[in-house]
Design a protein around this ligand. Sequence first.
Ligand code: BTN
Length: 259
Amino acid sequence: MASDLSRESILRGLTTAIIGRNILYHPTVPSTMDVAREAAVGGAPEGTVVVAEEQTSGRGRLGRSWTNPPGVLAVSVILHPRMSRLLRLGMVASLATSRCVDSATGLKSVIKWPNDVLLRGKKISGILMESALRGQSVEWAIVGIGLNIDLDPGMFPEIADTATSITAELGREVSQLAILQDLLREMDRLYLALREDEDIHEQWRERLETLGRTVEVAVGDHVEVGYAESVDSNGSLLLRRSDGTLIPIVAGDVTLRKR
Ligand code: BTN
């Protein structure tokens, strides 16, 4: 399907309060994070959304690269949250994306801690966050979402066994525009709820497939092994080690423990 994305088409009929107030659309960019950062530093308003249909140097978590041929929707949103809410932006993004994937496919996606969205065991979306702080306040935060819409993972050996996409699951093409607008609407709803201190944490936790399992978590250059007992209100994973101690993990990479 030919692309139906443009600044005008994205704005048409978008009735969000904050997210999407300002749209910066590019067919292709090195990384929407860099475009958004430049816009944020230049004073772009909260709710500015950078959208690209292709990235040539897409960035992933933990210094990895993100495979982003055409058909993988790249979205970076500039937000100005209070410091106390900064760490919950990942919950807003992954929950919104997971709900959007469910609406598009009729299937039930889950979240792998911290914020990967998985469909039938394979990754369909990844989330990256960057922020600039000044003293105790957040100057800006950027939430980056990569969503595999029209991608044949088999064409990319590095993700062939681990990734899926909306078209791969449905067996037919879909409108990128409809999915993007739905994603922006879901994010807007959840961001407004976060600003009212509503309990989005519980809704995020219910979708987490990681809890209740024995896992290995790569944290920096070492691996923690334990039982994924819960998550705290800021999204840290609470891991019960075999010696009984409970440790919070802020960032890491989870794999299920092999027996
Ligand atoms: C991950 O799973 O490691 C996170 C992937 C994040 C990818 C998105 S796509 C939009 C934004 N621009 C980037 O360069 N990265 C994020």
